[in-house]
Ligand binder design. Structure first.
Ligand SMILES: *Cc1c(COP(=O)(O)O)cnc(C)c1O
Length: 379
């Protein structure tokens, strides 16, 4: 005899209810990719590279098309070894994932449970909240100072229940970063049982003498991991490849939790070729450095505030006046096929994030913003 299930286990329509944390998640909304009909689209909303991937990666991807019926190597050895060679690391302390997003989620699944807290910062990457809630944990948000992570504010929110702290360095969508000294101070202030996750998705782009992605800290601490991605500077977002460098204890845990074939064969082949093509990545970084500086300067000259960025995108702030707001600029640019990222979900309703694009796309945005800066279009 089975009576009716208790309401908590069922949704109103009768379907099984997911755990409470799942329904507290606002689903991640990706950057837009549609322009009005007949208008040329320039997508600058997801921090993808205008240079595309290394031709060697594309070639490796095509060659892998001949083996699609074969399961990939579940340990992604070829990819881990290529990454290890490029960075001087031990391949046994690398875990690859279907994008670094998967690894960020697996870390929460592995270390955060009901009653545990996961910490991140006010304008931090949205995936952290999702990962903590999906694992059943409680998200805790630390305020930022000048749109930058604040080590003292983070440490002030650590409790005995804090199991994980996520820091995007540099952060998306602000483009700001913590100097390595500050990252080390953060690690030193955390309890040993709290895992510090350094999400260095944009590390390749950073040109600041006081920045480090975190390899040195991972090597010397048992509670620090660094995540990296092939989606940004390497131009392989569609293939979904990320990796993590961590202490062997964390690596072992993740290798038990992850899907046994979480990285596809074409991804392993293309990623290994991409990370070995130093010249291609240098070109992408050069292009970015030039345009990041130029766009920042020109957009400021038009009268908009721009947050100093070390990544491949800029946060542009708009005045809080009718017809002049970020939402108005977004509509104005979208009508011209220029797709930037609205960042209201990041607590930044009056800003837009612009990815550094091709020279042509960058110039088109500059021209459109110059027009928008002249004032509301009446009639
Ligand atoms: C883009 C991005 C990622 C990487 O995502 P993938 O899943 O590797 O494509 C991770 N962290 C931040 C902060 C990002 O902006």
């Amino acid at each position: 005899m089975s009576g009716p299930a208790t309401p908590a286990l069922q949704q109103p329509g009768g379907a099984p209810a997911p755990r409470p944390g799942a329904l507290a998640i606002d689903a991640y909304v990706p950057g837009k990719s549609k322009a009005p009909a007949g208008v040329r689209l320039r997508k600058l909303s997801s921090n993808e590279t205008p240079l595309g991937p290394s031709p060697k990666a594309v070639e490796a991807f095509r060659a892998a098309a001949g083996d699609l019926e074969i399961y990939p190597d579940g340990t992604a050895r070829a990819l881990r070894e290529a990454i290890a060679r490029a960075h001087g690391l031990d391949p046994d302390r690398i875990v690859c994932g279907a994008g670094s997003d998967e690894l960020l989620s697996l870390l929460a699944l592995g270390y955060v449970g009901p009653g545990d807290e996961g910490l991140f910062t006010e304008h931090g990457f949205l995936v952290y909240r999702i990962a903590i809630l999906a694992a059943g944990g409680t998200p805790v948000v630390a305020p930022e100072t000048n749109l930058t992570a604040d080590v003292d504010a983070i440490l002030a929110r650590v409790t005995e229940r804090t199991r994980i702290v996520y820091i995007a360095n540099p952060n998306n969508p602000t483009g700001t970063y913590l100097p390595f000294d500050e990252v080390k101070r953060l690690q030193a202030g955390l309890p040993r049982h709290t895992l510090l996750v350094l999400d260095a998705a944009y590390a390749e782009y950073v040109r600041a003498n006081d920045y480090a992605a975190g390899i040195e800290l991972v090597s010397s601490c048992e509670n620090v991991v660094m995540t990296r991605t092939f989606s940004k500077a390497f131009g392989l977002a569609s293939l979904r490849i990320g990796w993590l460098y961590g202490p062997s204890g964390v690596v072992e845990a993740l290798n038990r939790i992850r899907g046994p074939f979480n990285v596809s064969g074409p991804a392993i082949a293309a990623g290994a070729a991409a990370v070995a093509d130093r010249e291609h990545i240098d070109r992408a970084v050069e292009h970015n450095a030039r345009w990041l500086a130029e766009l920042g300067e020109r957009i400021r000259d038009l009268g908009f505030e721009v947050t100093p960025s070390v990544a491949n995108f800029l946060l542009i702030h708009f005045p809080d006046e009718p017809g002049r707001r970020a939402v108005d600029a977004d509509a104005f640019l979208t009508a011209r096929g220029l797709i930037l990222r609205a960042v209201g979900a990041y607590g930044l309703p009056n800003a837009l994030r612009m990815s550094v694009g091709s020279e042509e796309a960058n110039r088109a945005v500059l021209a459109a913003l110059a027009e928008f800066a002249k004032g509301p279009q009446l009639g």
